[in-house]
Design a binder for this molecule. Structure first.
Ligand SMILES: *[C@@H]1O[C@H](CO)[C@@H](O)[C@H](O)[C@H]1NC(C)=O
Ligand SMILES: *[C@@H]1O[C@H](CO)[C@@H](O)[C@H](O)[C@H]1NC(C)=O
Ligand SMILES: *[C@@H]1O[C@H](CO)[C@@H](O)[C@H](O)[C@H]1NC(C)=O
Ligand SMILES: *[C@@H]1O[C@H](CO)[C@@H](O)[C@H](O)[C@H]1NC(C)=O
Ligand SMILES: *[C@@H]1O[C@H](CO)[C@@H](O)[C@H](O)[C@H]1NC(C)=O
Ligand SMILES: *[C@@H]1O[C@H](CO)[C@@H](O)[C@H](O)[C@H]1NC(C)=O
Ligand SMILES: *[C@@H]1O[C@H](CO)[C@@H](O)[C@H](O)[C@H]1NC(C)=O
Ligand SMILES: *[C@@H]1O[C@H](CO)[C@@H](O)[C@H](O)[C@H]1NC(C)=O
Ligand SMILES: CC(=O)N[C@H]1CO[C@H](CO)[C@@H](O)[C@@H]1O
Length: 593
């Protein structure tokens, strides 16, 4: 009897240790500060993380507990959003995810200058290539971003041979004006104009043409060995420019996007829109008669005017016989017709038989058979002036952040800071500035249609979720378009492109309780209020909504509850130890009887 009990209790103790902290803890310390550097030859103030631009990588493995200690040494408030960190969940899993660690303004308090905050979360059942970024004050335009990878556990194989090494490329449009100057322009209702260039890993273009690229610019050079295969993780961290990515003479074998394995396909070039992440396998199968160009060039723009908005790095084989020379590899030639690009987007499919973060196949959630519970149409319009303020709208509403973040307001019962009245269809006729969010259906299966009525290419992103990209086409969406949806192998991701004058439809299982951001990926539109939030309450277990971390920051109506200004350093991850202690205590107790 005692032995039996001991076994049960032992099992119990193990369980506790597993649930509370059996997975390893990985810690990072990030200091955000300014530094003057000249990526495009013009000195400017850039936001560095631990003195690096882009910031250092967060590299972890599925189910790791992660602690990121962020010190704000900037002169203004900071919030760090691990882009997609909370997203890209596999459906059908009880989520352990936490909106308190999401790092967006309407749910979390900013970290004031000289203060710090420790983000704590678990990358539960996640895998793939993401990035982190500052989420307020237009700071991403000055840097502060970096890569974030979640690797496979040893028990779950990759759906391709293990690559010889990983290479990260953070690409994005760039201005020589800093984020403060840029946001002042936006506040004044001005367009930002053509970017000054494209950076690759924080560096300017290789001088591929002396009349186009000035002398003395530091460029990125990627060293490779002939015959090897590399995993290139490519992220568009820019402000608003879609980029065509290509490596001269090399195939890009697409294998993953934002946490989901794709059906592997070779492309000679690939369109990567703002906020999107892709992983390609690239085999060094050329003869190295010279170095090769790596190019990220502006899409859907007049190329003769936008020539400077081109990022150029170098792929250098160890046996290379000389420098890259001659013209860059050609971009797609389709200025007047974006159908090619849209078809490329449609060609990205999930590999249903691959295992993702868990051993079950990715395709085991049959999303096409599930009845939709709610349909939302989100229409975006070009920026306009609303009651004297420059704003961009979603369904006619330009979002205003609440003084007290929504999670805090709900927890401490602060009333009146936000409304649950976000319309599920575009409002016609008038625009307004409002703190209006969606009253979502917890465990509903929602259809969201992004209707781009703006003049520019857009992306939309959802924190806390991934969605199935089931349809994309020109014109105005109508119910009969459902007949064209991909109900079998649509890709599952968290940042999707929406072409101007077109729509994109996604399906999402709203199984993650909390209040979550839905936003424009283009930084200028996001800054101007083209976003909202969805609130999902688990009525059976409301406690899940209020489990604020013990280091939670207070602000707004609750600012007086904030105790110290420095970083709370209380560590609370000794749960593994706790689990073991419990086992010991239980075993000891049982032995006594
Ligand atoms: C990921 O899977 C591959 C096999 O596909 C394996 O070689 C590798 O060790 C795994 N990664 C980890 C961290 O275990
Ligand atoms: C450099 O660019 C200019 C402007 O586009 C072009 O006229 C010239 O032919 C290019 N030079 C070379 C060597 O490609
Ligand atoms: C893509 O091209 C490479 C050669 O560059 C080849 O080894 C690989 O098998 C191709 N992948 C697919 C999915 O066709
Ligand atoms: C190397 O490859 C390039 C492009 O495929 C080709 O033009 C060139 O002739 C090759 N050189 C050698 C020495 O094989
Ligand atoms: C691009 O701009 C140039 C110079 O302004 C103009 O001549 C050309 O017609 C434009 N091309 C297109 C495709 O609009
Ligand atoms: C899909 O994943 C499986 C691994 O489960 C892999 O063997 C196969 O090559 C992948 N197929 C494609 C088309 O990516
Ligand atoms: C979906 O709805 C149809 C009728 O509207 C119903 O017959 C069917 O059982 C539903 N399917 C599921 C899985 O609930
Ligand atoms: C939100 O939706 C639920 C039903 O899902 C409803 O009971 C509740 O009254 C709604 N709240 C508001 C403020 O509209
Ligand atoms: C540019 C664009 O997409 N315009 C469309 C905006 O939406 C209306 C309908 O709501 C369409 O008729 C326009 O063509």
């Amino acid at each position: 009897m005692a032995a039996y009990l001991k076994l049960i209790l032992l099992y119990f103790g193990l369980l506790i240790s597993r649930c509370l902290g059996g997975d390893p803890l990985v810690k990072f310390q990030f200091d955000y500060s300014y530094k003057t550097i000249s990526p495009l030859g013009v000195p400017q103030q850039v936001i560095v993380v631990n003195d690096r631009f882009p910031g250092p990588p967060i590299e972890v493995v599925t189910n790791n507990n992660v602690e990121v200690d962020v010190n704000n040494k900037l002169d203004e408030p900071l919030l760090v959003n691990c882009h997609e960190m909370n997203a890209c969940y596999r459906n059908g899993i009880q989520l352990k995810d936490n909106p308190w660690q999401d790092g967006v303004r309407a749910t979390n308090c900013p970290i004031p200058p000289k203060a710090s905050f420790t983000y704590r979360f678990q990358v539960k059942d996640q895998i793939g290539s993401f990035f982190y970024q500052p989420s307020i004050n237009f700071q991403r335009a000055s840097g502060g971003f970096g890569p974030f990878f979640i690797g496979n556990r040893s028990v779950i194989p990759l759906p391709f041979p293990l690559p010889d090494a990983d290479i990260v490329l953070m690409i994005g449009d760039w201005y020589t004006r800093d984020h403060k100057a840029l946001r002042a322009d936006l506040d004044a209702g001005k367009d930002l104009g053509m970017p000054d260039g494209v950076l690759i890993n924080g560096k300017g273009p290789y001088q591929y043409n002396t009349s186009l690229v000035p002398d003395g610019i530091e460029y990125e050079s990627i060293q490779v060995e002939p015959g090897k295969t590399y995993r290139f993780r490519v992220h568009n961290v820019g402000i608003s420019t879609s980029l065509n990515f290509r490596i001269q003479n090399h195939n890009l074998d697409l294998v993953e996007t934002e946490g989901y394995y794709t059906s592997q396909t070779n492309y000679s070039n690939f369109d990567i829109h703002v906020g999107q992440s892709y992983t390609f396998l690239v085999t060094m199968d050329q003869n190295a008669s010279s170095d090769y160009y790596i190019v990220a060039s502006a899409r859907f723009q007049n190329e003769s005017l936008w020539q400077r908005v081109t990022g150029v790095a170098i792929l250098h084989y160890s046996n290379s016989k000389g420098k890259a020379a001659g013209p860059l590899p050609d971009p797609p030639n389709d200025f007047y017709d974006k159908t090619w690009s849209m078809n490329q987007a449609r060609s990205v499919r999930q590999n249903g038989s691959a295992s993702g973060a868990r051993p079950n196949p990715q395709g085991s959630f049959h999303y096409g058979n599930i009845n939709v519970t709610d349909t939302y149409i989100f229409q975006s319009l070009p920026p306009t002036t609303i009651h004297g303020k420059h704003g961009a709208t979603l369904n006619g509403i330009s979002f205003v952040n609440p003084k007290t973040p929504i999670l805090l307001a709900d927890w401490k019962d602060v009333k009146g800071d936000y409304k649950l009245d976000f319309p599920s269809r575009p409002l016609t006729g008038h625009h307004r500035l409002d703190t209006s969010i969606i009253n979502g259906t917890f465990k509903g299966f929602a259809e969201i249609v992004f209707q781009n009525n703006d003049t520019v290419m857009q992306t939309f992103h959802m924190d806390g979720f991934s969605f199935y990209v089931v349809g994309m086409d020109y014109g105005v969406w109508s119910e009969d378009r459902r007949g064209s949806y991909n109900n079998w192998d649509a890709i599952y991701r968290c940042t999707v492109q929406v072409f101007p004058g077109a729509w994109t439809a996604v399906l999402v299982y709203l199984d993650n309780p909390g209040t979550w951001n839905i936003r424009a990926g283009n930084l200028d539109r996001w800054y101007l209020g083209q976003e909202t939030y969805i609130k999902l309450v688990n009525h059976e277990d409301k406690s899940s909504l209020f489990s604020a971390p013990d280091n939670v920051r207070f602000c707004g109506a609750l600012a007086s509850l904030q105790k110290e200004t420095g970083g709370a350093k209380s560590i609370n991850w000794n749960t593994n130890l706790l689990g073991i202690l419990l086992i010991v205590v239980f075993v000891a107790l049982v032995d006594l009887h």
